[in-house]
Design a protein around this ligand. Structure first.
Ligand SMILES: Cc1cc2nc3c(=O)[nH]c(=O)nc-3n(C[C@H](O)[C@H](O)[C@H](O)COP(=O)(O)OP(=O)(O)OC[C@H]3O[C@@H](n4cnc5c(N)ncnc54)[C@H](O)[C@@H]3O)c2cc1C
Length: 387
């Protein structure tokens, strides 16, 4: 692409900002980022912030290794608080354990040397308070951890601005028109912008923004909630992030992680494609917790962590997983309009996938192709949008 291509990114969440950062580092493009409200106001500021590589599919692992390395780099160079509490994915049967052994080897091939498979006794040693007799073991990544989603997003903004990205907060895209010279005229509630390329990184609003850009995207929103758990007494160790969900299993799984010595965060996770009754309108989304969720979490927590005694649920919140129809992100040029690049559909993994999505979206813009060819079939827009 020619020098100083004008890129307009729509969305000031982790995905838009990671894309902006990767683009501006090339020195070849002029990047403006439009954010309807303020940076981090969407899903990014409502996440639980877990960053981990304990997946099964090699591509899924590779993309998360990029995310973990990126966060580790920000912790080292920019003081991002990255709490390395470890991540444990429980195994429900011996087949899971076999797949976890394969994951450890795949992770090693990507340079992650601290993942290991634990048997039931190993689980019990790691978390003495946990009920383990109905689980056969787990996959444990000692160097995995979590960030505060809002602080992570704000740091990305600060670094991006420092490198030359112009961030326009309070600036909502309301229309787009293709001009004769092929450039897009972007209208907002404030100024107008000319763009050679527009990136749709609008998270739960990506379907609406896609329509405005003439580049529709099948993104639906799955409402998810999280809640603080106050323990009666402080734990003598740092509670890892524990995920009682195996990808592909179908039903919601309980997760919890350390927040403070006497506080955990808990929620229910799922990566299945959207079910109709779960869809949430990004504008009208109910961001309060509901009793059904609190009661499920209370039941599952008391079953899984009987050793912590009478814990009390505290403040909770809700947010949206922006989901594509197969649960995988959508990254790359839109089939209808190749000057619209998609960086959307990060689901419940947008914090840990932000670096990989941002890097791939930037590569599409800078080089016309991503460095990882597999990403085209796994995450390309063609798979979810017909020609
Ligand atoms: C409860 C919960 C827990 C989670 N936990 C984790 C976790 O532990 N680990 C993990 O990796 N992920 C987690 N996630 C998922 C993660 O938060 C999301 O995948 C990620 O934040 C999506 O980022 P985004 O940049 O695509 O969207 P957003 O952060 O929503 O950003 C999109 C932005 O676009 C802006 N926008 C919308 N329309 C317009 C417009 N017309 N013009 C300009 N701007 C516009 C919005 O204001 C918004 O700021 C969790 C999510 C939730 C809800």
């Amino acid at each position: 692409m020619a020098d100083h291509v004008r890129v307009v990114i729509v969305g000031g969440g982790v995905i838009g900002l990671a894309t902006a950062l990767h683009l501006v580092q090339s020195g070849e493009v002029q990047v403006s980022l439009l954010e309807a409200q303020h940076v981090g106001v969407g899903s990014s500021g409502r996440s639980v912030g877990i960053v981990e590589t304990q997946y099964l599919d090699p591509f899924d692992i590779e993309m998360r290794v990029i995310g973990r390395r990126f966060v580790e780099g920000l912790a080292q160079d920019h003081g991002l608080r990255y709490t390395r509490n470890g991540y444990l994915r429980l195994a429900h049967n011996l087949d899971d354990l076999e797949r976890y052994e394969a994951s450890v080897e795949t992770q090693k091939s990507f340079g992650i040397m601290d993942a290991r498979v634990l048997d039931r006794a190993g689980l019990q040693r790691l978390i003495p308070e946990m009920r383990c007799e109905d689980r056969v073991g787990g996959l444990f990544g000692a160097g995995d951890g979590y960030v505060d989603g809002y602080l992570y997003t704000s740091l990305l903004r600060d670094i991006a601005v420092g490198k030359g990205v112009t961030v326009h907060q309070g600036t909502r895209l309301i229309g787009a028109e293709e001009r004769r010279d092929g450039c897009l005229r972007i209208s907002t509630n404030r100024d107008d912008f000319n763009a050679d390329v527009v990136v749709n990184a609008a998270g739960p609003w990506a379907a609406a923004v896609g329509d405005l850009l003439g580049a529709p995207l099948p993104i639906s929103n799955q409402r998810h909630q999280a809640v603080l758990v106050h323990l009666r007494s402080a734990l003598a160790y740092v509670m890892p992030s524990v995920m009682d969900y195996v990808p592909g299993e179908g039903r919601d799984g309980l997760y919890f992680r350390h927040e403070r010595a006497d506080q955990l965060v808990a929620g229910l996770h799922n990566e299945q494609p959207i079910r109709d009754h779960e869809q949430g309108d990004a504008e009208a989304a109910d961001l309060e917790v509901d009793w059904e969720f609190l009661s499920s979490v209370a039941t599952l927590l008391s079953e899984r962590l009987p050793g912590v005694g009478d814990a009390a649920l505290g403040k909770g919140w809700a947010g949206l997983y922006p989901m594509s129809i197969d649960g995988q992100p959508i990254v790359g040029p839109h089939p209808y309009r190749t000057n619209v690049v998609c960086a959307a559909g990060a689901g419940g993994n947008g914090i840990q996938l932000s670096a990989a999505i941002g890097r791939l979206a930037a590569e599409w813009i800078l080089h016309g192709t991503p460095s990882n060819p597999l990403s085209q079939s796994k995450w390309g827009a063609h798979r979810v949008v017909g020609f």
